[in-house]
Design a binder for this molecule. Structure first.
Ligand SMILES: Nc1ncnc2c1ncn2[C@@H]1O[C@H](COP(=O)(O)OP(=O)(O)O)[C@@H](O)[C@H]1O
Ligand SMILES: [Mg+2]
Length: 382
């Protein structure tokens, strides 16, 4: 065919509470990347944030069915990132010298992976990367900021009161916040950190005493916490891909067997939740959710991919936006790829699309002007 293969650097692990989930997500991604189209470089990031180029045998292990990637630590293969190196020398290791990479695929969840920080690094190096950009990733990480933007766009969200650590520490302010929550909402309430994931620090508060405890618990995970009414709702999710013209796929539903979709239900209890794709909704509800998902994606400056999560109230069937994940779980049994599959987009085709979107967005950014005096500043030295 004469076409040269693209080299994709798959980054996984990371300095995040969701490190282990990433090891599984990345193994699925690697298994589903078409070997005829891509060379894969595996870069494992340990829990301290060190990057290591992995040996070929990791790829073989993964392709022969290992459920999770591992991280081989070898100082000779420690990766440094080269600013201004262009695609010919994006990264290097002592053992290999310069590494040419065409696209980075950060299969990283949570902090330092999904929050705009690694995206900023790729922007500095001028490397195409899969997923949302700096701003979209940062917005997606902060539930309060996302909701403010969605409200501004006229989209339906769960109402909230945001609590800052320093205000909670001041007793008079704390009293006012509690009074406001009790005036605006009714118990039971729901409390969660603004910037966290995997339901860590999230809990239901049936009364004032448990509210105080719930806020204190959530503040262990973030300096900003949201108090919301507890919504008795079904949990519906919608995959979206795209840059300027986002597409939404068939929504699916999570049916937790716990009181809410807590950490246990997500990762520990094998019967913690049932997944239903498509969700049990009417045609009109499907349409509404897909429309809102696309509007929410745009309002939060997203690109590449995202999973937009909704509540559908059990009593009134009102549809409310809950949150967005810019690098959702990506295992073969995860909702994101499954919902794409339900709309006819296979996992390998989905990966092709995400890589294509990364390249397109990069080209778009490089077509802008960055200098008055120098015609070409696209990262590849003349
Ligand atoms: N206002 C709410 N009412 C009822 N349940 C909620 C509410 N907010 C969150 N939850 C439950 O907590 C889970 C985790 O909250 P979520 O906002 O999705 O944060 P994350 O998944 O990032 O930890 C949700 O899937 C849902 O089960
Ligand atoms: Mg969630």
């Amino acid at each position: 065919m004469g076409e040269t293969k693209q080299t994709v650097a798959v980054l996984y692990g990371g300095r995040s509470g969701e490190h282990e989930v990433s090891l599984i997500s990345a193994a699925s991604v690697v298994r589903n990347l078409d070997q005829n189209k891509y060379n894969i470089l595996l870069i494992g990031i340990d829990k301290y944030g060190n990057w290591y180029l992995q040996q070929e045998n990791q790829l073989h292990r993964c392709r022969s069915g290992a459920a999770a990637l591992e991280i081989q630590v070898d100082e000779q293969r420690r990766v440094s990132v080269v600013c201004g190196g262009g695609t010919k020398e994006t990264m290097r290791t002592p053992a290999t010298g310069p590494l040419a990479v065409d696209v980075a695929f950060p299969v990283l969840h949570g902090t330092f992976g999904e929050d705009g920080t690694i995206q900023g690094l790729f922007e500095m190096v001028n490397l195409p990367y899969v997923g949302a950009g700096v701003l979209g990733s940062a917005i997606g990480m902060d539930k309060e900021v996302a909701k403010i933007l969605w409200m501004h766009a006229g989209l339906p969200v769960v109402p909230f009161i945001s609590v800052r650590k320093q205000d909670w520490a001041a007793l008079e302010k704390r009293k006012q916040l509690i009074e406001r929550a009790e005036r605006d909402f009714q118990y039971p309430l729901f409390v969660k950190p603004s910037c966290a994931g995997s339901s860590v620090g999230a809990s239901k508060a049936p009364d004032r005493m448990s509210l105080e405890r719930a806020v204190a618990d959530a503040l262990l995970w973030d300096d900003k916490v949201l108090i919301e009414p507890f919504i008795p709702a079904r949990e519906v999710e919608c995959s979206v891909t795209g840059n300027e013209r986002p597409e939404a796929y068939t929504p699916g539903e999570i049916i937790p067997t716990h009181e809410f979709y807590d950490y246990e239900a997500k990762y520990i209890d094998p019967d913690g939740a049932a997944l239903l794709i498509p969700a049990d909704l009417t045609e009109a509800e499907f349409r509404t959710i897909r429309e809102i998902a696309i509007k929410a994606y745009r309002a939060a400056e997203l690109s590449g991919l995202s999973r937009i999560d909704f509540f559908v109230r059990k009593d009134t069937r009102e549809i409310l936006l809950n949150e967005v994940n810019t690098m959702p779980g990506f295992t073969t049994i995860s909702m994101f790829p499954k919902m794409c599959e339900a709309s006819g987009l296979s996992y390998p085709d989905l990966l092709d699309k995400l890589i294509q979107l990364a390249v397109e967005r990069h080209a778009q950014r490089n077509s802008r002007s960055y200098s008055y005096t120098n015609g070409s500043t696209n990262g590849n030295r003349p």
